[in-house]
Design a protein around this ligand. Structure first.
Ligand SMILES: *Cc1c(COP(=O)(O)O)cnc(C)c1O
Length: 483
């Protein structure tokens, strides 16, 4: 493709995206494609001769769009938001356009140094501890995902716990990891990948009311395991759990970790970015004193296209000890000088994209005030919805709901237990099949709850009120006396 052709088709692609943004509300939120339908629309064999890009754009409309669930739709309330924004999309395009591979400082100094600066900016925007900044012993790095960040944290923690023996090989004995029943599943996955093993993932009790990890039980488990000869590697505390945005007591957990000399990783994948607003900085309590690593996802609620996870460590020595490796073909003068960072040593793959460009674009476009406004809007809409749910005798609201997620369930008269859960799930399926909105569910204390996560930039009060009206009407139509 010549630059001239690129210019022509590039304009068409940008127009395609802008048109999509303009008419996104005309699509059913949840794709109605059946299994195999997209596949059946695609030729079985690749083309022998090249085709014009018009053909790709035509198939985008014909084959791809019917199989798209519209994550940027203002009535998308499922999972957590995965905000895409104009500046992030453009930043992503710039990154693709440069096509650099930033594994080493030397392979594109700007790719490394812009990332260093932007991660320091984000640490400042979130008011994170000074020791996470790159001018101290710690520093920030962009990872692909919160799952990847957790895996990297475990590898660093393991290196610190056993002095590198696990990396060299020949380690015997049991190593343990500490989570709660509310911790994200990526921690168990990482335990499998790191050889700790799922059987050595210790599940700390939670307070049945708040679903927050119990530090006293953590203390007891650590004591028991150490006495039995195990090597405790890492404790994961969560700020804003995936199921209900519950918050573990980071400070109290950190004190336990300190006593036992165990690495504390704080997973704030969804909620961490709320700290752009001073009124949410309480979620950072205990980080400065206790967190060895911390991660949050600008690719959820902070307007930055997937993938962009922000991870910080308080001391990068263990991380580099665990992951740096220097084959001859990567040797270069800049790395040897010690004057530069090589982010390949901070992550699993060797290669890395220039992701900092999109985060930089987002922060510059919105500014701190614009980011705060976005978070505040999501929280305000969620609090308004929660007030409506609380006032409705046909529904039960889960408290607390500090961010943009509201969990609730209809109270089905004459039905309880599993029968009520079945009815709630049926309601959810009908709502999602309507195409008007998309929400998901979770289970708390054995009961099914609907989850409504608000935070798409296009969502307004009218959208949320419309969604709530539809939920009430559907519930009333189904149940004998609810709504
Ligand atoms: C979403 C989420 C994750 C996983 O995020 P990825 O970036 O997709 O790996 C991990 N932890 C929590 C608390 C989450 O909400």
């Amino acid at each position: 493709m010549t630059p001239e052709e690129f210019r022509r088709y590039g304009r068409q692609v940008v127009d395609f995206i802008a048109d999509y943004q303009e008419r996104i509300e005309s699509y059913p939120v949840l794709s109605r494609a059946l299994p195999g339908e997209v596949l059946a629309g695609l030729p079985e064999h690749p083309p022998e001769e090249g085709e014009g890009f018009e053909a790709v754009l035509a198939d985008m409309e014909r084959v791809v769009m019917p199989g798209i669930t519209h994550w940027q739709h203002p009535n998308f309330y499922a999972y957590f938001p995965a905000n895409a924004s104009g500046p992030a999309i453009l930043g992503e395009l710039l990154s693709a356009g440069l096509g650099v591979q930033g594994m080493l400082w030397a392979t594109s100094p700007a790719c490394t140094e812009l990332e260093t600066r932007v991660m320091d900016w984000l640490a400042e925007l979130l008011d994170l501890p000074a020791r996470f900044r790159s001018d101290g012993p710690g520093g920030g790095v962009i990872q692909d995902s919160a799952s990847g960040a957790a895996l990297v944290a475990i590898l660093a923690a393991m290196h610190r716990a056993d002095g590198g023996a696990s990396g060299r090989g020949g380690v015997t004995g049991r190593r343990t990891l500490y989570v709660s029943s509310q911790t994200h599943s990526s921690l168990e996955k990482a335990a499998r990948m790191t050889g700790i093993g799922a059987a050595n993932v210790r599940v700390v009790d939670v307070d049945p009311g708040t679903l927050a990890m119990d530090p006293a039980h953590l203390d007891a488990l650590l004591t028991e395991d150490a006495a039995a000869g195990a090597l405790p590697v890492l404790v994961c505390a969560t700020v804003g759990t995936t199921s209900t945005t519950a918050i573990d007591p980071v400070r109290a957990i950190g004190e336990v970790c300190r006593r036992h000399g165990v690495w504390l990783h704080v997973d704030a994948a969804y909620a961490g970015v709320a700290a752009v607003c001073p009124e949410f900085r309480w979620i950072n309590d205990g980080l400065a004193e206790h967190a060895d690593s911390y991660s949050t996802n600008p690719h959820k609620w902070l307007l930055t296209n997937f993938d962009c996870n922000a991870m910080w460590v308080a001391d990068r020595e263990a991380l580099l000890g665990a992951l740096s490796i220097l084959p001859e073909y990567l040797r270069n003068r800049a790395s040897a000088s010690g004057d530069v960072l090589d982010y390949r040593d901070w992550q699993i793959p060797l290669g890395r994209r220039f992701r900092a460009l999109k985060l930089w674009s987002v922060i510059r476009w919105y500014g701190a005030e614009g980011l705060r406004e976005h978070v505040r809007t999501g929280v305000r809409l969620a609090q308004d919805l929660a007030a409506e749910v609380a006032a409705d005798p046909g529904f039960e609201l889960l408290e607390p709901h500090p961010f943009g997620l509201v969990c609730f369930r209809p109270l089905w008269d004459d039905l309880d237990g599993d029968a009520a859960d079945t009815e709630t799930l049926r309601l959810m399926e009908r709502l999602n099949a309507s195409g008007e909105l998309y929400l998901t569910h979770t289970k708390v204390s054995g009961r099914v709850l609907l989850r409504m996560a608000i935070g798409a930039p296009a969502t307004t009060g009218d959208h949320v009120r419309g969604a709530w009206k539809l939920i009430r009407a559907e519930a009333a139509a189904a149940g004998p006396a609810s709504g």
